[in-house]
Design a protein around this ligand. Structure first.
Ligand SMILES: [Zn+2]
Ligand SMILES: [Zn+2]
Length: 735
């Protein structure tokens, strides 16, 4: 009989804690239960990860578990083990990994009873008013009692009328357990379209056939679905999920948060019956109910962003990672996991199939396919009549000399936009900067005007008359004097979406222009409306950032203008060429999605740059081979196992001297193991939210070596309240 429970808590401490199990909990306590425990002089929530009948220290010092948070909430053992693996690989505590992979609401929600009503069939002959009749009619067609708060809130019935009807015995009052009806109802708005299943192309059915082979065998297999934009990867995903369900299996579909639009969700809800959604816009209650529904086995397909990889399904047949190269799959706080890599692991653990899909895969995944660690499947043709766009490069060096009036838009691009409006077609203008002027500096002393807490230049937002930090949100009125030398000679430079919009409105006063960026699209409702309005051709031109680069399908767009790609070509980081290439392909892919041929105009000061040249050729493989050579030469991933340790402190002096002190022991450990340690060096952003930041990089030749090295290195770090650090395994960037 177990007397003690092994408990993990949400803390960076890499220890498990033992608590004794009180008699009244012995019957019920299970592996995976969340429990309340005394911890130091506080109460904490922990999770049961093991039992034992004895402990190897003084039993009298052991404290007792106080209560089980919710008897019905049990984290499946597979997820307990997965989070343990994550803690080992990503250098965080088991508690951090587990708490990050389960919704917080599971730990603080007790199932409530809610007051609900239904109609009483043996009605008296009481004469009802019109308003009362409305409620009765509404309830008559419901299968189950409806919570009163919902009748008042969502259906806007009056509470006094409901109470009258209860008193008159026309409505039955019951106390029922909260159930998942509300979720189903609220998601009905997705079920608007009646989509006809399209005929698969030869390429698509070939892909489905290949993948089905491993799916049917219930064996782990990894596929890289390399399909150009518009080649219909989604249709392949849907077919495979369908097959998995027919085999009695379940599916996880990961999409980048930004692409998790109502349209995407609708596509899946229209095709499958039992779909659960996991994304950041859910309310706590929805999140709780979805998790429980999945756990109970009532779900065939889970669709969601990064964290959906932790969906508590127990019979996974296939995991799909769409746009697998997306950086948003990597979490930027502890645990710093990459959902793509966890997908492969989870598929392995479940003898399942994993599909990584992209038009521009990460070089990690592409190298894996060259090394036969995954099977590559190509979709080389666009579906239907749409063709790949043609490219036109504007050399801005020539433009500035020949076009005296040049400001943002080249003559060629402007004429193309005008012609496009005349042809009743739509245009997209892409640039990767928000705001009006992204650069502020002082002409006298040369200082860039920066955020007071970060090493980041302020951006002018003219419509708000503000200068703001795009990282921490710090904002001031547009400065009239240089904060350093008080000179009034401030230079405003560059352009962001806000300024592009204003300039374009002056150039084309009659054009209907829409802007989509982080400043204008503050809610998902606004986003959805903008999307629908543009699709319905209520606008001629869409100006936007990254937000418009992904997944949006506008059949009438035949022109895409790309401004300011040059800042993405300044190679500050080993992944920048890859990212710039991916961005160019994605944005270009928005053009010509129907019968009319699309055109992409790129304005650049670097027309011969190899990233641009390869993007124009639209041949991912030639780009990937070239870029892999570069990585190999410089020994960067995927040719080394990278790790970053970043130290931060409010006190710059202490930080510099401490990291210098660590440097010699770090380097000695690395040298002894024949691995590479670089640093200490200021992080790409040297100061962020008042913290100074200094980092070390480690390049290792295997996961095992990296693990061993970091364990040794971590031992020499002594934590203090002045200096904090984190370890980032497989970091997305070195800056
Ligand atoms: Zn800031
Ligand atoms: Zn100055």
């Amino acid at each position: 009989m177990a007397l003690f429970a092994n408990i993990i808590i949400d803390s960076p401490l890499k220890t498990n804690f033992f608590y004794s199990i009180p008699n009244d909990l012995k019957e019920n306590l299970q592996l995976g239960h969340f429990v309340k425990v005394p911890f130091r002089n506080k109460k904490k929530i922990g999770c049961v990860v093991g039992f034992s009948s004895k402990v190897d220290f003084d039993e009298s010092k052991i404290r007792q578990i106080e209560e089980i948070i919710n008897l019905e909430i049990i984290v499946p053992e597979e997820l307990l083990l997965l989070s343990k693996w994550i803690s080992n690989y990503y250098f965080c505590s088991w508690g951090e990994a587990l708490f990050a992979s389960t919704p917080a609401v599971l730990r603080n929600r007790v199932i409530k009873l809610v007051k609900s009503v239904s109609t009483n069939n043996n009605c008296t002959d009481y004469k009802v008013t019109l308003k009362q009749q409305e409620i009765i009619s509404f309830l008559k067609v419901q299968k189950e009692p409806i919570p009163i708060h919902q009748l008042i809130g969502e259906n806007t019935f009056s509470s006094s009328i409901i109470n009258t009807l209860i008193k008159k015995n026309i409505l039955n009052l019951e106390h029922i357990k909260e159930n998942n009806n509300e979720i189903e109802r609220s998601s009905h708005s997705y079920l608007s379209q009646n989509i006809i299943k399209p005929q698969l192309t030869d390429e698509q059915s070939n892909a489905v056939n290949i993948i089905s082979k491993s799916l049917i065998k219930f064996q782990f297999h990894s596929y890289l679905l390399l399909g150009i934009t518009g080649s219909g990867k989604t249709e392949v995903y849907l077919e495979i999920i369908q097959k998995a369900i027919e085999l009695g299996k379940q599916a996880i579909m990961l999409v980048p948060e930004i692409a998790l639009t109502p349209q995407t969700v609708a596509t899946f809800k229209n095709r499958f019956n039992n779909v659960a959604i996991m994304h950041s816009n859910l309310t706590d209650k929805q999140r709780f109910l979805e998790w429980r529904k999945i756990c109970a086995g009532n779900v065939d397909v889970v669709i969601g962003a990064r964290s959906a990889i932790f969906a508590p399904l127990n019979n996974i047949g296939v995991i799909i990672v769409d746009e697998e190269h997306e950086t948003s799959y990597k979490q930027d706080r502890a645990p710093r996991y990459n959902a793509r890599d966890i997908s492969i692991l989870r598929a392995k653990n479940n003898d399942a199939t994993v599909i990584l899909g992209s038009a521009t895969p990460s070089l990690e995944s592409y190298l894996n396919s060259l090394n036969k660690k995954n099977t590559i499947i190509n979709l080389k043709k666009r579906v239907g009549i749409s063709r790949l766009p043609t490219f036109h490069i504007i050399n801005l060096k020539d433009e500035v000399t020949s076009n005296k009036k040049f400001e943002i838009f080249s003559d060629y691009l402007l004429q193309e936009i005008k012609a496009n409006i005349k042809r009743l077609q739509q245009s997209i203008i892409f640039l990767n900067r928000k705001g009006y002027f992204p650069h502020l500096s002082c002409k006298k002393c040369g200082e860039t005007i920066k955020c007071k807490s970060c090493d980041i230049g302020l951006t002018i937002y003219k419509s708000q008359n503000k200068a703001s930090c795009n990282y921490c949100g710090y904002s001031i009125y547009i400065p009239k004097n240089c904060p350093t030398c008080k000179s009034e000679n401030i230079i405003f430079k560059g352009f962001g979406t806000e300024r592009v919009e204003q300039v374009l409105r002056l150039l084309l006063p009659n054009a209907r222009i829409l802007r989509m960026d982080g400043k204008t699209m503050t809610t998902s409702k606004k986003h959805e409306k903008a999307y629908n309005d543009f699709k319905k051709h209520k606008y001629d031109i869409l100006i936007g950032t990254q937000m418009i680069a992904k997944g949006l399908d506008f059949p009438k767009v035949t022109l895409v203008g790309i401004l300011q790609i040059d800042s993405s070509l300044a190679f500050l980081d080993f992944r920048m060429a890859e990212k710039a290439y991916q961005l160019l392909c994605q944005v270009a892919g928005r053009a010509g999605r129907s019968k009319d041929l699309g055109k992409v105009v790129i304005q650049t000061y670097n027309p011969e740059h190899y990233v641009i040249e390869h993007a124009i050729m639209n041949n991912y493989k030639t780009f990937a081979i070239k870029e892999l050579e570069n990585r190999k030469k410089l020994s960067y991933p995927p040719y080394c196992k990278l790790a970053k340790i970043l130290f931060r402190s409010r006190n710059e002096r202490i930080l510099i001297s401490y990291t210098n002190h660590l440097s010699s022991s770090f380097k000695k450990v690395a040298l002894d193991m024949k691995q590479i340690c670089l640093g200490p060096a200021p992080a790409g952003i040297e100061k962020l939210e008042n913290d100074y930041r200094i980092q070390f990089l480690f390049k290792c030749n295997s996961n095992g070596q990296r693990k061993k090295l970091l364990e040794l290195v971590e031992k020499s770090i002594s934590t203090s309240k002045h200096i904090r650090y984190f370890i980032d395994i497989d970091p997305q960037s070195t800056i």
